[in-house]
Write a protein that binds this ligand. Structure first.
Ligand code: GAL
Ligand code: CA
Length: 348
């Protein structure tokens, strides 16, 4: 029990819950928690940076979940969102403030995914559950505390789906992808932030999956940091260098895929290469409808928000999530990716 002696998690529910997880709150944690003495729940959400298309959809879905919770329970839930501005030390300060102010849970979209140990230890010391999402810490850091979680999607799956989209198009009509008919797919790769699990694994698995069907040749690859403008600049340079030799553009996310499309349009290409992204953002879906983007992979923001709230609900009810739901290795909740192409769009 001593490890949880300062646990302030939802003290108002501790009474009568009889659950071991919260027993310490009543016995030992009163001093820090009783002060608030009301039913309000406060959840801190620390973003690596606010200006990110996909992350902003996760935030919208968290807000929806929060409102749903309020309707369901009649209790107020405050979500406080902070912008880490891509700095780990800024984010650490923001998490410190959540913990100092007795927030009930913190959700962390960590800036530097190798830096989670410090935050897990701080959360443990404060007795506040910590839910990482989208940017995956290494397992040994999550293993430091039983109330540290990760909600996300398996990066390799999104890469595989991208590779399959291209492979299937080639199988259906080789000339639609292998434009010069040499039996090899010439591609460029627009990579996300260096070191991000989604960058490393989407890059690797998209190509590995494609080459199980047809050989591929990399013309160029570079990081564009998830960013549409940077991607457009990279693609502009590659178009100058390779022109219509580029048959396929793999983009680690949709914003960069849209940047590639921008560059092709600016270069007035007669026929766009076969371009695939990940996320299924609204402008990417529009691009699929318009025929400029050939496919994307749904990154399930809604499902992630739902899973994060499933954890919060269990904890708030004084239950140990590990006993309530399927947690892989005691820490992980995985949401599946889904393939999106013009065909699946028209099925809707
Ligand atoms: C990825 C997503 C990117 C970006 C990144 C931020 O999963 O595909 O668009 O949002 O997360 O961590
Ligand atoms: Ca070719």
């Amino acid at each position: 029990m001593s490890r949880r002696s300062k646990n302030c998690f939802f003290p108002s529910l501790a009474k009568g819950s009889g659950v071991l997880f919260l027993a310490g709150v009543l016995l030992l944690g009163q001093s820090g928690c009783a002060r608030r003495g009301n039913d309000d729940v406060r959840v801190g959400v620390a973003l690596y940076q606010q200006n990110d298309t996909f992350i902003s959809t996760v935030v919208q879905d968290l807000e929806l979940q929060a409102r749903g919770w309020e309707e369901e329970t009649g209790r107020k839930l405050t979500l406080t969102i902070t912008d880490g501005g891509n700095s780990q030390s800024t984010q650490n300060d923001q998490v410190d403030r959540f913990l100092d102010r007795g927030y009930n849970a913190v959700c962390v979209n960590i800036v530097d995914r190798t830096a989670a140990a410090v935050l897990v230890d701080k959360a443990e010391a404060a007795g506040v559950p910590i839910i990482f999402f989208n940017r995956q810490p290494v397992q040994e850091d999550l293993d430091r505390w039983e109330y540290a979680y990760y909600v996300g999607a398996r990066a390799e799956e999104s890469g595989e789906i991208q590779g399959q989209i291209v492979a299937d198009a080639w199988k259906a009509d080789p000339a639609s992808v292998d434009r010069n008919g040499d039996g090899v797919i010439q591609y460029v790769m627009l990579e996300g932030e260096p070191g991000h699990q989604d960058t490393l694994l989407r890059t690797e698995y998209s190509v590995n999956t494609l080459t199980q069907t047809v050989p591929a040749e990399k013309l160029a690859s570079d990081t564009a940091n998830w960013d549409r403008t940077q991607a457009s600049a990279r693609m502009g340079e590659w178009l100058d260098e390779f022109g219509d030799e580029i048959e396929v553009v793999f983009a680690n996310n949709d914003d960069m895929a849209l940047g590639a499309i921008d560059a092709c349009e600016a270069a007035e290409l007669e026929k766009l290469p076969f371009i695939v992204g990940v996320d299924a953002t609204p402008p990417a879906l529009d691009a699929i409808e318009a025929g400029t983007l050939q496919g994307t992979v749904l990154n399930d923001a809604e499902g992630m928000a739902e899973s994060m709230f499933a954890l919060i609900r269990a904890l708030a009810a004084g239950e140990d999530p590990a006993e309530q739901m399927e947690l892989e290795d005691g820490h992980y909740i995985w949401r599946p990716y889904r393939r999106i192409t013009a065909e699946t769009l028209s099925e809707r």
